[in-house]
Design a protein around this ligand. Structure first.
Ligand code: DGT
Length: 136
């Protein structure tokens, strides 16, 4: 009998690249949950009935407490984690109201380009990091 490996379920995920004074906003994933401690661009899964932009505005409000203007879709990538695969969309977020706070993340921080390159980022981000740095 041949065992068939389960194929991944593909999930669309939106993230916001928020840059101020040449620094990028990163959030550290909570200690409970998948990829704990990893630094990521804020965002999350698109929920049923939402557009990608609506999903990102909701996530940025829930995670950081800000009201964001979602800009252009700048980049996309795919990454297969095994049981799930993600289609990751990177949006530019130039303008937002409020002060970003770690409502969801363990911590948030602003990092410059050099620091971003040495961060513990999700695999899905590492492989497009050079493109992100070119575009933002
Ligand atoms: P989980 O624990 O994987 O079920 O998902 P949540 O609810 O913690 O994840 P959420 O809503 O942040 O979904 C984002 C998924 O995309 C999660 O599996 C991690 C993955 N991912 C990869 N790169 C990034 C990134 O730069 N930002 C965010 N927010 N998620 C990323």
């Amino acid at each position: 009998m041949t065992l068939k490996r389960k194929r991944p379920t593909w999930i669309p995920v939106v993230t916001g690249v928020i840059k101020r004074e040449n620094k990028f906003l990163l959030g550290q994933r909570p200690e409970s949950g998948s990829m704990a401690g990893v630094w990521e661009f804020p965002g999350g899964k698109i929920e049923y009935g939402e557009s990608p932009e609506e999903a990102l505005a909701r996530e940025l409000h829930e995670e950081l407490g800000i009201e964001a203007d979602i800009g252009d879709l700048k980049l996309s990538t795919t990454h297969n984690y095994g049981e799930t695969g993600i289609l990751l969309l990177f949006y530019e977020v130039k303008y937002f109201k409020g002060t970003a706070k770690p409502v969801h993340h363990h911590e948030i921080k602003w990092v410059d380009r050099e620091t971003l390159k040495s961060e513990n980022l999700p695999e899905a981000n590492k492989k497009v990091l050079n493109k992100i740095l070119d575009m933002f």
